[in-house]
Design a protein around this ligand. Structure first.
Ligand SMILES: C[C@H](Cc1ccc(C(C)(C)C)cc1)[C@H](NN)c1nnnn1Cc1ccc2c(c1)OCO2
Length: 331
């Protein structure tokens, strides 16, 4: 059974993250979760989350679901690269996204969440779409929704059609030809340690020359910005009047009035162009003349991350066949 679900930006001003409606349990409880190809835990705010850590989020109450089963003796604890994290215990229950149902999905209920999650009232949890090897449930790692659903889909794929300040879609089990133009270019995926890791073939700044390069990075729907090697972002921001890499603001900032070039990255023999508007990410604070860049250095991260700023410029196919591949198309 294939499916399709909305990817809704949580903030109308800038694309911090996208949430997708899901239903869990019997009778169905609806939550809005952040679908994250850069992690592999499905966790939710729950009736086990202390009230002091819940601020407007919808919660999943397993005790109100006739199909919920405690996965006895299992716990989880995750620390994300931005320093946020959560931990708790585990149930299995019916889990439905856009018409695709997994009847015994591991649903990790939060008993603790860090302040950054508490403060994001629009995000009620995450759905990891990375490889199940990254799942943190102990003592037995659990399968992602996609791994569980794969066998019931027409094709073992899901696609991401994220949009700039607009609602996009995640499709499961099929490739919607109306969502892209030209051809899809498929690249090999390195599944160790468990991210959708691929190698970009280079980059260009604005209308400038294309620089062939091998940029190994992860396709990560759960990260807002795009983090690339210092020499790439230095050559980009070097074209922007007044742009500086600010310790104070924690990255490249620039005068909001500056004109930005687009950024093109290679995908095999093809390429994807990120419009300048996507890279003008947000004002530092409402009304500030200082703007924060959507393209930042990965040097302190240890990994290059193609986050939403890049992904929303393309139609992306996450092909879970054996071996997995990742497909990129213009749209
Ligand atoms: C950060 C997200 C995971 C997340 C998503 C949302 C949130 C909030 C709801 C509170 C807004 C926190 C966390 C990412 N997902 N693959 C991730 N999980 N683990 N590593 N990464 C990528 C990375 C790593 C480091 C970085 C970063 C990104 O942004 C800034 O520094």
């Amino acid at each position: 059974e294939n499916g399709s679900a909305a990817a809704i930006p949580i903030d109308p001003r800038f694309d911090i993250a996208y949430v997708t409606p899901v239903t869990i349990g019997t009778p169905p409880q609806t939550l809005y979760l952040d679908f994250d190809t850069g992690s592999s835990d499905l966790w939710v705010f729950s009736s086990h989350t202390p009230e002091s850590q819940v601020r407007g989020q919808r919660i999943y109450s397993p005790e109100k679901s006739s199909t919920a089963k405690l996965l006895a003796g299992h716990t989880w604890s995750i620390l994300y690269g931005d320093g946020s994290g959560s931990l708790g215990n585990v149930y299995t229950d019916n889990f439905t996204v856009g018409g695709v149902t997994v009847t015994s999905q591991a649903v990790q209920t939060a008993q603790q969440v860090s302040y950054s999650f508490t403060s994001q009232s629009e995000i009620h949890g995450l759905v990891g779409l990375g490889f199940s090897t990254l799942n943190t449930v102990f003592p037995n790692g659990q399968l992602t929704f996609f791994d569980n659903a794969k066998s019931t889909l027409d094709s073992p794929v899901f696609t991401a059609d994220l949009k700039w300040k607009k609602e996009g879609t995640y499709d499961f089990g099929f490739i919607d030809e109306t969502k892209y133009t030209g051809e899809i270019t498929y690249l090999p995926v390195q599944t160790d340690p468990g991210y959708w890791t691929f190698t970009s073939s280079g980059y260009a700044v604005g209308d400038g020359a294309f620089h062939p390069a091998s940029i190994v990075g992860i396709a990560d729907t759960g990260t807002s910005l795009t983090y690339l090697p210092a020499e790439v972002v230095t050559s980009y921001w070097g074209q922007v009047d007044g742009a500086v890499d600010s310790d104070y603001y924690g990255g490249y900032v620039f005068p909001c009035s500056s004109k930005l070039p687009s950024f093109t990255f290679g995908v095999g023999p093809a390429n994807i162009t990120i419009p300048a508007s996507y890279i003008n990410y947000a004002q530092i604070t409402e009304g500030s003349p200082v703007c924060f860049g959507g393209l930042q250095s990965s040097s302190w991260l240890g990994v290059n991350i193609w986050g939403d700023v890049a992904l929303k410029a393309a139609f992306v196919v996450f092909n879970g066949a054996n071996p997995p591949t990742i497909g990129w198309a213009k749209k």
